[in-house]
Design a protein around this ligand. Sequence first.
Ligand SMILES: C[S@@+](CC[C@H](N)C(=O)[O-])C[C@H]1O[C@@H](n2cnc3c(N)ncnc32)[C@H](O)[C@@H]1O
Length: 432
Amino acid sequence: MTPPPHASDDFPTYPSGLRLAGRKVLVVGGGNVAQRRVPTFIAAGADILLVSPEVTPAIEGLVGSGEVTWSQRGFEDADLDGAWYVMAATDDVEVNERVSLLAEQQRIFCVRADDAYAATAFTPAVGTHDGVTVAVMGSAAADRNPRRSASIRDDIVAGLREGTIGGRQRADRPAGVVLVGGGPGDPELISVAGRAALMQADLVVADRLAPRELLAELPSDTEIVDVAKLPRGRSATQDQINRIIVDAALAGRRVARFKGGDNFVFGRGFEEVLACREAGVPVTVIPGISSPLAVPAIAGIPVTHRGVTHDLTIVSGHLPPGHPESLVQWGALASLRGTIVLMMAVDNAPMIAEVLLRGGRAAGTPVAIVCDGTMPTERTVLTTLGELPLTITGEGVKPPAIIVVGDVVGVAFPERFAGHPSGHSSGHSDRP
Ligand SMILES: C[S@@+](CC[C@H](N)C(=O)[O-])C[C@H]1O[C@@H](n2cnc3c(N)ncnc32)[C@H](O)[C@@H]1O
């Protein structure tokens, strides 16, 4: 069969959105190309007939779940009957060519996997985000470079995800407050949703530990309130913050309350939720990567390890043991054998070490102090529970720091702790 002359490539293609729901789409071929494309036809609600002697296991799964009808044989002309759209995706050029020609004779648009520009249609580089589909293609033949299209598509979708494209224009974003967890410090460690919420905000109320580099990326008309610069003490400041976010939301603004780590982990986030609820302000939460897990991980310390620890306790050390307002049962904590992650504990570390030793933790228990985790100034100081007080002063440890106490530190740094048995059996006999 001789291919008919296709419309001249001098003309650009005509973009159109096909509504395939309930309409027959014929896919000829069952290999990797079909595997990549079939889910997009499924997502469009198409009625898919796939013709191929063999299919990949992934396609077989789609057949099994009833999303695709599979005819296990080679292509037959009648397969085109009733089709609205065709994809020729076999590894046999002649078959693809035949499918394409027959489709054209019947005025059914067809894409060809082996030669994107030899058929009546071709698939653009496609991406979706939050109800928007982006399709990128070069206009004329000379511009049709699939890698370039894919790379432009990736940039656009990333921009949509991060809110650098189109975020401010979303009229359907109602006024209200969103608590955004910024992660432990490295701006790369905020979530995609968190970043987008910042970009869409009219007002960002930022904390001292929130990743500040992200503020520089905000649109120029975003108002930023730096909470670290608010006057007066801590509790007065919390009241001020509550008032700022509530008043702004009541005035019709979109407010992002931006904190380090996760807003609910020693972040007073729920106080802000309650203040919003009390004022009738809609409030949502975007969780952040919290420092007690992320900072040890970045420093190469697993907070749990099979056969070493079956418990992990995250504790605030902002009040010393014995303080009348302390809610921590330090004695009970000392009797546990697993990992303790101490936050806000630099000042009280000597007293905490003392109470843990008194309660039964061995002086040789490995300890890691990770300061400025995930930031360019990050440093890890290794010591033992017995030596912790001296190390804090000797090394000039300053907040923010995460102090990890337990055998997992020895697992992470075996060369350092070879001569420091913690006194606990590491339980290798009963590994889960
Ligand atoms: C008020 S708490 C806030 C915790 C935060 N909401 C979170 O989920 O990570 C502050 C404490 O978190 C810890 N912290 C937060 N970011 C840290 C970082 N990048 N490196 C070390 N410690 C950090 C320190 O113990 C610090 O004193």
